[in-house]
Design a protein around this ligand. Structure first.
Ligand SMILES: [Zn+2]
Ligand SMILES: [Zn+2]
Length: 294
């Protein structure tokens, strides 16, 4: 396939997702499994493209990466999704009802605007949460495992410390009255964009797409090895927010990772935020011995 056509795959995929949620039969859209299937299909589709249109041989999928990625995709769809629902969405919905917050105007908007509103609400929150994670130590410790990944692939957006995955899932969408199909459509649009932004696919979408949506060029730069170079392009799917808030940086990276590109195991990813505590506990007996010896 010509490069020009490959470059159009991300925008065509976004359009396909919009068409599906706008025009599919009502019975399919009402089925609770539809969002699970479409989300999985997006990841599988982009993963398939990695084999057809590879970007960097150094990011080629292998079994160790595959099983780690699969573990996090399942974790995201089960435990993280449940925690987000029970600890954030449900209390927010209760608050909405208690305060009598109503947004009938959101129900009246055209479908595309509803989707755009949800995309904006989620991305605005994620942008600031992500920026906070890169600027405040305790938050960085939860996000650093995501930056320790040493190659980019379709499902790498799911890989990270569970605390980070929970924090990044928070949004205020529950405060708005919106049809579920618009919310699910927005989640799939975000899924398509952020999956391509992490994928080893040779697609460089045209400027009318990459001005608004995050691409692999933007996000690979965000995964650069020097920590200072990672402090840009925070938008998970809306790079437009970086352009607005002054954190946009042009460029691309093919070598990604942190701390001499040390790949963390799942166990290390989970324990990473507690490292300073472990280090302090280890140091304490040594200090008291010194005192005694002194
Ligand atoms: Zn980051
Ligand atoms: Zn990333």
């Amino acid at each position: 396939m010509k490069n020009g056509l490959v470059n159009l795959i991300p925008p065509i995929s976004v359009a396909a997702v919009l068409c599906f949620w706008a025009f599919a039969p009502a019975a399919i859209l009402a089925n609770p499994w539809t969002i699970v299937i479409t989300s999985a299909a997006i990841t599988l589709f982009v993963q398939g493209l990695e084999f057809l249109f590879e970007r960097h041989p150094g990011w080629r999928m292998n079994w160790r990466e595959f099983w780690t990625d699969l573990f996090y995709v399942v974790l995201g769809a089960t435990a993280i999704s449940w925690a987000s629902q029970a600890l954030a969405e449900a209390p927010l919905l209760a608050l909405k009802q208690a305060l009598g917050i109503r947004t009938p105007w959101a129900m009246q908007m055209p479908f595309l605007l509803q989707v755009a509103l949800v995309v904006f609400l989620i991305e605005f929150g994620q942008y600031w949460m992500h920026r906070l994670m890169h600027n405040v130590t305790p938050f960085w410790l939860t996000h650093a495992p995501h930056h320790h990944i040493t190659q980019l692939n379709a499902a790498k957006g799911y890989v990270g410390n569970p605390v980070e995955l929970f924090l990044i899932s928070l949004s205020v969408v529950a405060l708005f009255d919106l049809p579920l199909t618009a919310v699910f459509c927005a989640l799939n649009v975000l899924g398509v964009v952020s999956t391509f932004a992490h994928a080893n696919v040779r697609a460089n979408p045209p400027i009318w797409y990459s001005f608004v949506f995050t691409t692999i060029r933007h996000h690979s730069l965000h995964h650069s090895v020097p920590y200072e170079d990672t402090r840009c392009n925070y938008g998970n799917a809306l790079i437009l927010l970086d352009r607005i808030f002054g954190t946009y940086k042009e460029g691309e990276a093919s070598v990604v990772g942190q701390d001499d590109r040390r790949r963390l195991s799942i166990r290390e990813q989970w324990l990473f935020p507690f490292q300073p505590i472990f280090a302090r506990l280890k140091r304490s007996p040594a200090i008291s011995t010194d005192v005694v010896a002194g």
